[in-house]
Design a binder for this molecule. Structure first.
Ligand code: ADP
Ligand code: MG
Length: 254
């Protein structure tokens, strides 16, 4: 089998006395969608943040495309990478947050084009042309000149997705991308996620949208108290959960 895009092995993370990740093993193959479910506080965001080294792990390994994240090995010792090398690794991993995190003083188009120009030093004209294509892909061709405050939450989140795509990432991490949206705006963002899934983007999505998990996920993971309690194809985990905690959680969110 080819090298997985993401591989976590035995990952532990604590904040002081709080042991948040308690031995996470996770593999995501190229072109797959992994949906992570679990109650608030179970460690889902922390797990995503270890993948791009926004959180350093205390124990275990994180690899993207086989490359160790955050560290280099020399003999049997690990050395943390320089800030610059970490930024280079991070630029290959898209991250879409609950609260969009757009630059308020930049237009939609500038938000999408800014990262490749600043981080990857891509040529301006070409990057702006590509940014227009990406805005069209998320259904916002006509809003390129709008500032974030002039856009709905659903539109802002679609700009954030286009911005993530602009860096041509190996994978995109989504942390509750629809949780901050008014209910009527959720569908337009999930439609974009579905289109990305169909086109073969490798994605790890933390969400409570069970319908999306059912249709779009290759693997559904249920997390509780820092552990993966169960994982498998959506029909298995969602319709025939083996663990009481998964059943209890699903009965609450459905
Ligand atoms: P989830 O995304 O599943 O709701 P999180 O990964 O955000 O869970 O948080 C898991 C636990 O870790 C929570 O108890 C949270 O308060 C705690 N936590 C997260 N980040 C930090 C931090 N930077 N410092 C201290 N505690 C944190
Ligand atoms: Mg979270």
């Amino acid at each position: 089998m080819s090298t997985p895009v993401v591989e976590l092995a035995g990952v532990h993370k604590s904040f002081g006395a709080l042991h948040v990740l308690r031995g996470i093993d996770l593999t995501a193959e190229a072109g797959t969608v992994t949906v992570i479910l679990g109650p608030s506080g179970s460690g889902k965001s922390t797990l995503l943040r270890t993948i791009n080294h926004l959180e350093k792990v205390d124990r275990g390994r994180v690899r993207v495309d086989g490359e160790l994240i955050g560290y280099r090995r020399s003999g049997n010792r690990l050395y943390e990478l320089s800030e610059r090398q970490i930024l280079r690794q991070r630029s290959r991993i898209g991250f879409v947050f609950q609260n969009f995190n757009l630059f308020p003083h930049l237009t939609a188009l500038e938000n999408v084009a800014e990262a490749p120009i600043a981080a990857l030093r891509r040529p301006r004209a070409q990057t702006y042309e590509r940014a227009r294509e990406l805005l069209a892909r998320v259904g916002l061709a006509d809003r390129a000149g709008a500032y974030p405050r002039q856009l709905s939450g659903g539109q802002q989140q679609r700009v954030a997705i286009a911005r993530a795509l602009a860096l041509e990432p190996r994978l995109i991490l989504f942390d509750e991308p629809t949780s901050a949206l008014d209910p009527e705006l959720v569908a337009e963002v999930l439609d974009v996620l579905r289109e990305l899934a169909r086109s073969g983007t490798t994605m790890i999505v933390v969400t409570h949208e069970i319908g999306f998990a059912r249709e779009a996920a290759d693997t559904v993971i249920f997390m509780d108290e820092g552990r993966i309690v169960e994982q498998g194809p959506p029909a298995r985990v969602l319709d025939d959960p083996r663990h009481l905690r998964t059943r209890a959680f699903l009965s609450r969110v459905r």
